[in-house]
Design a protein around this ligand. Structure first.
Ligand SMILES: Nc1ncnc2c1ncn2[C@@H]1O[C@H](COP(=O)(O)OP(=O)(O)O)[C@@H](O)[C@H]1O
Ligand SMILES: [Mg+2]
Length: 288
């Protein structure tokens, strides 16, 4: 698709940040995602509206906010995972490296390879540790010089190699929860993504395993752009460079709840000097 087509996209509206979004969020590195006026619908229900955000490369961007405010919906928009849910619709735009992610020529499967995802509950396949990691490259038909090397490299990057190198042919289910989650990260890395999306990746893990994943995320941002949804504000404060606070606005006499982005800024600013009263109430525990 040409630049002209992008400019002429039918859903593109004028570039004015909605008033409820703090604009002090200039992006210091390359912009990977440029999100404008994003609405998302499940059927006729609008789950999120007017999201305006730039996601920077080689950073960790965290999404926080009360349950049901649309964090998972939003993160799934970033790799077109929501396409798999019938009756859903995206309005507004998400550009990925300047290209319309929802453009007519874009292959959603390729999108999901380049923008990988790790879920709340570790979900290894009922296969060996080795086959879990090799699965993606095999399915994609990637010609790899040595699958053994790719598996080892991916497991090393996911900080799991030393723990599994002697039992690589054992079932993935023989691993602990934290190890399974790192295996899922290795499986994601094996197809050479650029972005890793993580939706509450630690919420099923104990504090030690959580700590291990947090350390891993910080290592990984050298090579990848990471977007994480977390329920845990301390986690956002510990690992992320930028934090987006979402909330649900109630309208229509309580009948409608729509997720909105309240504030997006450097993590330190969000947690020490938020601009919006709603952010402050949330991070100080007065709400949510
Ligand atoms: N598959 C779906 N179909 C219809 N509504 C959904 C679906 N998934 C989520 N929702 C609704 O969208 C809203 C946002 O949900 P979600 O994105 O899961 O929020 P969060 O991750 O912040 O808890 C909620 O009202 C939820 O009920
Ligand atoms: Mg969620």
């Amino acid at each position: 698709m040409s630049e002209r087509d992008i400019e002429a996209g039918p859903t593109r509206r004028p570039e004015v940040p909605p008033p409820h979004v703090a604009t002090d969020a200039e992006v210091p590195t390359e912009t990977i995602f440029r999100i404008r006026d994003l609405d998302f619908f499940y059927g006729s229900y609008r789950a999120i509206r007017d999201v305006h955000m730039d996601v920077a490369g080689n950073q960790i961007t965290a999404m926080i906010g009360p349950s049901g405010c649309g964090k998972s919906t939003f993160i799934r928009c970033l790799n077109r995972m929501n396409d798999l849910i019938p009756g859903t619709r995206v309005d507004g735009s998400i550009d990925y490296h300047g290209q319309d992610l929802y453009g007519p020529d874009v292959d959603a499967i390729e999108v999901r390879r380049r923008i990988g995802m790790v879920f709340q509950k570790p979900n290894p396949f009922p296969k060996s540790i080795y086959d879990n990691v090799a699965f993606g490259p095999r399915v994609n038909g990637h010609k790899v010089a040595s699958m053994d090397d790719l598996v080892e490299e991916s497991l090393r990057k996911a900080a799991l190699w030393d723990e599994v190198k002697d039992k690589i042919k054992k079932s993935a289910f023989s691993l602990s929860g934290g190890q399974q989650q790192r295996l899922c990260i290795a499986r994601c890395i094996a197809v050479k993504p650029e972005v890793i999306l993580m939706d509450e990746p630690c919420s099923a893990l104990d504090p030690l395993a959580t700590n291990r994943i947090e350390e891993l995320m910080i290592e990984l941002k050298r090579d990848y752009t990471i977007v994480i949804v977390t329920h845990n504000m301390q986690q956002a404060a510990r690992v992320s460079d930028r934090t987006a606070f979402f909330t649900a606005e109630v309208s229509n006499e309580g009948r409608e709840r729509t997720g909105v982005l309240v504030e997006f800024d450097r993590t330190e600013k969000i947690f020490t000097a938020p601009t919006d009263r709603r952010t402050e109430d949330y991070i100080t525990g007065r709400f949510g």
